[in-house]
Structure formats: C-alpha cells, structure tokens
Design a protein around this ligand. Structure first.
Ligand code: ADP
Length: 252
C-alpha cells in the first residue's frame, strides 16, 4: 500500500502539488488522470523519491521513502519516467539488463538472465533484443524502457505515460500487460495516463488531479460521470456504456 500524506511541492511559490493525500491499495492498477500541468508527474516523482516534497510524506508498505536506503527502495519500486535519454549506445538486451542492477550490482546471475529474457518476451522484444536502442522507433524504444522497469521485478511499478509513442495495437497490449502484472503476479501498478477510456477500461482505481489538487479518487464507475469529468477537464464529456465499460465521448 502507498500512503501519501499532505504532500506539497512548490516552484517559485506556486504549489504544483498542493496538500495531496491519498491511499493506493496493493495489487491493483491505479491511474492518475487530469489535464496538462495538473501535477501528475510531479506527484509520481515524489512517490518514487525522484523529487523531495516540500512538506508531507510518502510510505510504501509502511516504509518512509525519504528514509529508506536507495537500494532497498529500488527493490520495492520501479519507475518509468517520461523523458528517457541514453547517453551511451546500448542494445535492447543491455538496457533491460540495467533493471537488474539493484539486485546484482552489475554482476548478472542466472536468475537475472531469466528475468531479462522474460521481460523481453512480455514486451514482444525478443526479435529486437540485439538491436541498438537508438535504431528503434519511438514505440519500440518505449517498450524497451518498460521491459527494463519490468526486469527490476519490484512489487510496485510507477509508469509516467507508458502509452507515449505507442500505436493502438501496442497501447492495448500494454494495458493488458499491466493488468496481467497485477492479476497474475500480484504487482501494484500506478500510471499517469491521458486517455480516460484506457483508464476506465483497465483501472481498479482512478485518481483525478487538476491545479495540483487531488479532486476525485474512486473506481471507474465513480469517475466516469459527466459531472465529475467536467470538474476535472472543464469540457462536456458524454458517457456511453459499451460492453460493460464506461466510455467517454469527447471528439466532437
Ligand atoms: P502533469 O504531469 O500533470 O502534466 P507536471 O507534474 O509535469 O504536470 O507539472 C505540474 C506543474 O509544475 C506545471 O505547471 C509545470 O510547468 C510545473 N513544473 C514541473 N517541474 C518544474 C520544475 N522543475 N520547475 C518549475 N516548474 C515545474
């Protein structure tokens, strides 16, 4: 379980995350939604300790992230950031191997090699494993970074816009994969996502932010309501029930 208590982060006296408290339960998919600049990425970075909050605290399974040694935290929680740049030329397999670093300190074991191959298979990257990352398309590169996070084999995965650069097929596959990680392996997945319909179809819980504040939290049935979505996005979104899922219609 992730517990966020009274977290605030300010830049130049403006609170971009403003007194946010929430509880993310173990073993599900939680989507963080909201307009651009709402503070979603900042909150995710604070949860993973990439950024220190000005006030407030975050605990993961009772561990205070501020006081937990980095190596211990890296075995509990993996994060995929939005801006992934490589300064060295690596093959996909080598990149995925970096995910094992918290476990092996750079000396891969037999188990590490297994986890790397599993992650490559999960992300449909086996055929590309020996290619250099800088030779891949944006979507293939995105999958390679997610495979690296998966190889870290943590209970918690935090993903900042994992559907970036993915086409429809790979977006659906990614969301199904995230569900399998929770349903079959018991992992806890927290993602920042723009597409409210993917959030609706694949999440157990949705956290909605705007202007640094947490506006709503609840299951898709509660968040996918025209008045709730208007409160978050300030536009009219019609809801249709399709095959048991609530779909927001906002294209015209
Ligand atoms: P979201 O992920 O919801 O789009 P972000 O968390 O990326 O929002 O950003 C929230 C706000 O904080 C934005 O207005 C952004 O410009 C601002 N911000 C983010 N990082 C910094 C920074 N390092 N310095 C100044 N402002 C920042």
């Amino acid at each position: 379980m992730i517990q966020v208590t009274g977290v605030t982060k300010k830049y130049a006296n403006t609170a971009v995350v403003d007194e946010v408290s929430c509880h993310i339960k173990e073993g599900g998919v939680t989507s963080i939604i909201g307009p651009n600049g709402a503070g979603k990425s900042t909150l995710l970075s604070i949860i993973s300790r990439l950024l220190p909050p000005d006030t407030g605290s975050v605990t993961v399974d009772g561990l205070d992230v501020a006081g937990t040694p980095g190596k211990d935290l890296a075995r509990k929680m993996a994060i995929l950031r939005q801006d992934n740049h490589l300064t060295v030329r690596l093959t996909v397999r080598d990149l995925v191997g970096f995910g094992r670093y918290p476990h092996n300190g750079g000396r891969p074991t037999v188990q590490c090699r297994e986890k790397i191959e599993q992650a490559l298979t999960f992300l449909d990257l086996t055929a590309l494993a020996d290619r250099f990352v800088d030779e891949l398309s944006g979507g293939q590169r995105q999958r390679a970074f997610i495979a690296m996070v998966l190889a870290q084999d943590t209970d918690y995965l935090l993903l900042d816009e994992p559907l970036n650069n993915l086409d429809m097929k790979h977006s659906v596959e990614m969301m199904r994969l995230l569900r399998r990680l929770t349903d079959e392996l018991g992992k806890t997945v927290v993602l920042v996502i723009h597409d409210i319909n993917f959030a609706s179809c694949y999440s157990d819980d949705i956290i909605a932010m705007a202007d640094g504040k947490l506006l709503h939290q609840g299951p898709p049935s509660m968040i996918m309501q025209p008045e709730v979505l208007k409160d978050i996005y300030e536009i009219d979104i019609r809801i249709e029930e399709i095959e048991g899922n609530r779909i927001g219609v906002y294209f015209a």
